[in-house]
Design a protein around this ligand. Structure first.
Ligand SMILES: Nc1ncnc2c1ncn2[C@@H]1O[C@H](COP(=O)(O)OP(=O)(O)OP(=O)(O)O)[C@@H](O)[C@H]1O
Ligand SMILES: [Mg+2]
Length: 338
């Protein structure tokens, strides 16, 4: 039986700007079960980080959640007090941020920062917490961790600071780890090490991971399920196999054509998706991908329905609705002209 860890229903987030309301997230619904590794992908500005921050209750003015419900282990997270949040955040739900530079205290040694978190959450004494901190640093690929723990953040490279943040997030053995572009700043070797760590977590612990990334290759390596976002909405959602082998939404199909295939050779032509994402200050009422979609037709100017193709495989597209209606008509022995 699956254990529903997180469920997000109709989440909407907007930011008040000088030019109007930036409707960053416009009605997003998804779930994450215990132990799952879910990839959240989509072009820049599609609402991935804002969704993650909303889950962590970290949307601050001028941003606000305008609608929706977020549940963790069945209990509503919307409306919790900051005190209640403190016992959840960085404890049962942890997040690694896209910009790690701002997340470490520059005047405290790495060891002090890491052991503080470990002691607070796990009740270990100083020596045990230090040993645990060293173990975690080693796990994220930092050599000579005992020496490193005595250094300050400025003595670490950007990639190493990112790994410290991952170690810190893991130190409290969270039930849900949200990692926002955790490997983008890292070179290939370290990236592979971090991905191995995620795979290990997936196999050996109940920690669920929401992995936000631009890199579909990373998703293919570590995720079990994928959520594809665009223009503040979820365009498609399914297992890794659904998304890579049976993509239904033209946006997902475009994304897949625009990534290099591993071992594909340099002659492989990549086809970028032409055009630019929609203006979220004045988003189109219909499908946000309409302007760039090679299959767009009249109906796309209305918000498309979410169509289920197979268990858990859904897309938000009028084309899919058409296919489903045709399939239903066929099954009922009707023809399309009736
Ligand atoms: N503090 C803010 N004030 C105003 N607008 C914001 C703020 N934070 C985010 N936004 C807007 O919300 C939208 C979604 O941003 P978000 O950071 O979620 O994108 P993303 O999918 O994470 O992109 P990237 O891949 O570049 O990280 C963007 O239009 C962005 O400009
Ligand atoms: Mg982001």
């Amino acid at each position: 039986m699956t254990k529903r860890l997180l469920s997000v229903e109709n989440l909407q987030v907007s930011f008040a700007t000088r030019d109007g309301e930036n409707q960053a997230v416009r009605g997003v619904s998804f779930h994450i079960d215990a132990g799952e590794t879910v990839g959240i992908v989509g072009e820049s500005g599609s609402g991935k980080s804002v969704t993650a921050k909303a889950v962590m209750s970290l949307i601050t003015p001028p941003g606000r959640i305008t609608a929706g419900n977020i549940r963790f282990r069945g209990g509503s997270l919307t409306g919790l007090s900051e005190k209640e949040w403190r016992s959840l955040r960085g404890n049962r739900i942890a997040m690694v941020f896209q910009d790690p530079m701002t997340s470490l205290n520059p005047v405290k040694k790495i060891g002090q920062q890491l052991t503080e978190v470990i002691r607070r959450h796990r009740g270990l004494n100083k020596e045990a917490a230090f040993a645990e901190a060293a173990k975690l640093l080693r796990q994220v690929g930092i050599q000579q961790p005992e020496q490193r723990l005595k250094q300050y953040p400025h003595e670490f490279s950007g990639g190493m600071r990112q790994r410290v943040m991952i170690a810190m997030a893991l130190s409290c053995q969270p039930e849900l780890l949200i990692a926002d572009e955790p490997t983008t700043a890292l070179d290939a070797t370290i990236q592979a090490q971090i991905l191995d760590l995620f795979k290990e977590l997936k196999e050996n612990s109940e920690t669920a991971i929401a992995l936000i990334t631009h890199d579909l290759g990373v998703v293919a390596q570590v995720c079990t399920r994928v959520i594809v976002m665009y223009g503040g909405l979820i365009m498609e959602e399914g297992t890794v196999e659904d998304i890579f082998y049976r993509p239904q939404h033209p946006y997902t199909q475009g994304l897949l054509r625009s990534i290099p295939k591993r071992g594909g050779g340099s002659r492989e032509r990549l086809i970028p998706i032409e055009g630019t994402p929609p203006d979220l200050l004045d988003p189109p009422p219909g499908c946000p991908f309409m302007e760039r979609c090679p299959h767009a037709f009249g109906r796309c100017s209305e918000r498309p329905p979410v169509v289920e193709h197979a268990a858990g495989h859904r897309s938000m597209c009028w084309l899919a609705e058409g296919t489903q209606n045709q399939a239903a008509a066929y099954a009922e022995g009707r023809t399309s002209g009736e």
